[in-house]
Write a protein that binds this ligand. Structure first.
Ligand code: HEM
Ligand code: HEM
Length: 173
């Protein structure tokens, strides 16, 4: 079956989708470079791209409220429920992750420099235990959730593409 002419996501939703995925990828690569190379450059980029993703996700959520989603394609009820829940979860965790990163940094008493353009000042009273709390949230709780939900999401896209062959991906292209 070829549903390539089924209704697509709006252009704005498609742009928001792919730029979010790209920002997530870059933010992740930056932390990998930070962990593997002896340079202070990449943690700064990690923070700046992560904050960019935070702003992008806020704009994306507003876009999502005001633009109409295409009607969902026919699928078993449980699949459409898992799909809706996991899309909602992706919005929530992609917003919570950079917020936790920001809070752990400012509670640690450090401002966040955004590509040398401006700085987010330390807008809270530094607190070591809160810094540690948001650090744990960032690395031990939300990060594994991002890995899990993203794997589920890409797995579902591959299932539609190669097993169901219903061309679902063309709705987001
Ligand atoms: C969606 C955006 C983000 C993602 C996906 C992300 C992901 C990660 C990951 C995977 C790690 C490594 C965790 C580990 O050690 O296993 C990390 C560490 C870190 N992140 Fe983020 N991050 C994001 C946003 C931010 C932001 C906005 C900030 C600060 C403004 C930030 C600050 C940090 C810092 C300082 C570390 C090092 C923590 C440590 O060494 O203990 N992150 N992040
Ligand atoms: C190879 C990578 C990816 C592919 C092929 C892909 C594919 C898709 C497709 C086809 C849809 C539309 C589903 C439908 O019409 O019911 C979609 C929606 C969505 N995707 Fe992805 N995606 C990818 C990566 C990502 C990543 C990395 C994220 C975030 C972590 C993400 C978050 C979302 C969200 C939140 C939606 C729901 C759309 C909305 O409500 O705005 N995607 N994706």
């Amino acid at each position: 079956m070829n549903n390539s002419n089924v209704s697509k996501w709006s252009l704005s939703s498609r742009i928001f989708h792919w730029i979010s995925a790209l920002l997530l990828l870059i933010t992740w690569v930056m932390i990998l470079l930070h962990e593997n190379l002896d340079s202070n450059l990449y943690i700064g980029f990690h923070k700046a791209f992560g904050i960019s993703l935070l702003f992008w996700m806020i704009a994306r959520a507003i876009n999502r409220i005001f633009t109409k989603a295409p009607p969902s394609i026919p699928m078993p009820k449980w699949q459409s429920m898992v799909s809706k829940l996991s899309h909602f979860a992706l919005y929530a965790i992609l917003t919570a992750m950079p917020l936790a990163g920001l809070l752990m940094t400012v509670y640690g008493g450090r401002p966040v420099d955004i590509f040398g353009l401006f700085q987010i000042p330390v807008f809270v009273t530094p607190d070591r235990s809160l810094a540690r709390f948001y650090n744990d949230l960032h690395t031990d709780i939300i990060w594994p959730m991002i890995i899990g939900f993203t794997a589920l999401h890409i797995g579902a896209a591959l299932y539609h593409q190669f097993i169901k062959k219903d061309n679902l991906i063309s709705r987001m292209k």
